[in-house]
Design a protein around this ligand. Structure first.
Ligand SMILES: *[C@@H]1O[C@H](CO)[C@@H](O)[C@H](O)[C@H]1NC(C)=O
Ligand SMILES: [Ca+2]
Ligand SMILES: [Ca+2]
Length: 211
């Protein structure tokens, strides 16, 4: 038996005029929560998750991360804009193994214009399953630890050392291709000027204000 918990987070998303729009709510339904939970997801964590997307109005599926990874990473850093706002918010405090249904209004999803198969002003529903939660390379604390030569810039080698250490600490060392895959993804998203390093400035875009 799986008790389903429904909780609604009311998020006062500030519009350009600075006024709160209370209709912009993310609704979270916990479908499954494992008994054991060592770590709950928080901003800056590296998350590995599946998420399937549906339109609320007719239930049609517009995205499935299990079969389509193009532009929709399985790996992402939570809370920093790598996924739509509604998921950044709706996937906080999740345990590895947890499943949720997250209902996201257009303002926190694809907006007034929509995107691809998602029409304008569409409320979308994501069924998410978190496979792992680990401390991401995005905390300022982590930046200092990763930047081995202290030149305020991160090379792939530096980030990789850090990832390896984190996984080994967690008792789950992984193979080389595994790290390469995460690294490629991290650099693809973060190394904006593509010089092969993540500068403090490129890193800093992740240090946005908390909600
Ligand atoms: C989407 O919503 C906005 C704001 O309510 C409205 O101005 C716009 O016409 C809507 N677009 C469509 C295609 O319904
Ligand atoms: Ca460095
Ligand atoms: Ca760079």
């Amino acid at each position: 038996m799986c008790p389903c918990i429904i909780l609604t987070l009311t998020l006062y998303y500030l519009n350009s005029a600075g006024a709160a729009e209370p209709e912009d709510q993310v609704q979270i339904q916990v479908l499954f929560r494992p008994e054991e939970c060592n770590r709950k997801s928080k901003k800056g964590d590296l998350i590995n998750a599946h998420y399937d997307g549906f339109l609320e109005k007719d239930g049609s599926q517009f995205y499935c991360s299990r079969s389509d990874k193009q532009g929709h990473p399985q790996w992402f850093v939570l809370g920093v804009g790598q996924v739509i706002r509604g998921l950044d918010v709706g996937m906080m405090d999740m345990c590895a193994g947890e499943k949720r249904k997250v209902t996201v209004p257009a303002a926190l999803a694809f907006g007034q214009t929509g995107k691809g198969p998602v029409p304008p002003n569409a409320t979308v529903v994501f069924e998410v399953e978190v496979l792992s939660v680990s401390r991401g390379p995005r905390s300022m604390e982590a930046f200092g630890q990763m930047d081995l030569d202290q030149d305020k810039s991160l090379t792939k080698g530096e980030v990789k050392e850090y990832l390896k250490l984190e996984y080994e600490k967690g008792g789950k060392p992984r193979d080389e291709p595994f790290y390469e895959k995460i690294l490629a993804d991290i650099f693809w998203k973060s190394d904006k000027d593509q010089d092969g390093q993540i500068s403090a400035k490129e890193y800093n875009i992740y240090e946005r204000d908390e909600l």
